[in-house]
Write a protein that binds this ligand. Sequence first.
Ligand code: SF4
Length: 362
Amino acid sequence: MITRKKTRQVRAGSLIIGGGAPVSIQSMTNVPVEDVEGTIGQIRALKEAGADLVRLALRKEESAGYLKKIIPAAGIPLCADIHFNHRIALAAIKAGINKVRINPGNIGDQSRVKEVVRAAKDSGVPIRIGVNGGSIDRKKYHEVTPENLVESALEHVTILEDNGFEDIVVSIKATDVFATIEANKLFSEKRDYPVHIGLTEAGYGIGCAVQSSIVLGHLLLAGIGDTIRVSMTGDPVNEIPVARSILETLGMRFQAIRIISCPTCGRTDTSLDILALATEVDRNLSARFRKRLEEMNRSITVAVMGCEVNGPGEASEADIGVAGGRGGKLLLFSRGEKVHTIGVDEVVEALAAEVEKIISAK
Ligand code: SF4
């Protein structure tokens, strides 16, 4: 059981962040906003994959103009990512953005901060302060240490607080696993603003997934984290299954179909491709039953096992499952009982029929 740290609550459009709201998944587009169709396509793909909020980099004041087309087509809360130029923030808020990421210590004098704060307050837009090991002020903070990262974040937070603004989300990220964990723990001891957590510039593929899982898993288990991102090089859509999987593993997000599959070994019949089978079973059953299972708040465990040694045990422990036999045949199990032997081509439909029976029996 995870006891989450109590944080304040802010709202970014329809998304509630902090204060016990479900941990949300964020990502960021990596096409320029000037490519309106490309940006909208990527936002929709991220939403379809399970993102709750998408961030867009706005580099010029004119960039905010494109938001007029992007925001209505997005169908998901959007955050504008802005550095140094407060006028871009003002234009984005005017265009209807749901959240702004800007560091008030980097935009110049107090009058500019006041302008942004007034606009954000008037429009009910929260401000995310983002401190990153790569962009921390090296003249002031000579080293990227957890203490310096937190000090830098607090510097920006204080500017907003002094201007009477507390609709704040804070992110403190570094490329170092330990520094990121430690900095977020330190910050959470000092302030109760909701935090967006992740390992920045975490690389690509499996390495990124593992490192991000260690950071996010550690912090989430410690009760820290209101929104998360897995920062992966490449198509940002690939970040979402990793983030989802982290939350599903910790029990923080509903998982309609949970697949248990074995690594296979020399006992697996050579005619069986267990990876292909498990992937197809997961894809097919999730697509068919996710919505109904979510409505019922019922998760179904499906075992896809390679042989008759450990297979029957796992398959009969799961709600449903198959265990590989000889000559392309598998044993089908449902609710602890062996049902019958089926061919590999029949597996998906046979399992779907068993899911249907379980759902109908409720
Ligand atoms: S279930 Fe069978 S095939 Fe799979 S790893 Fe275990 S012994 Fe090997």
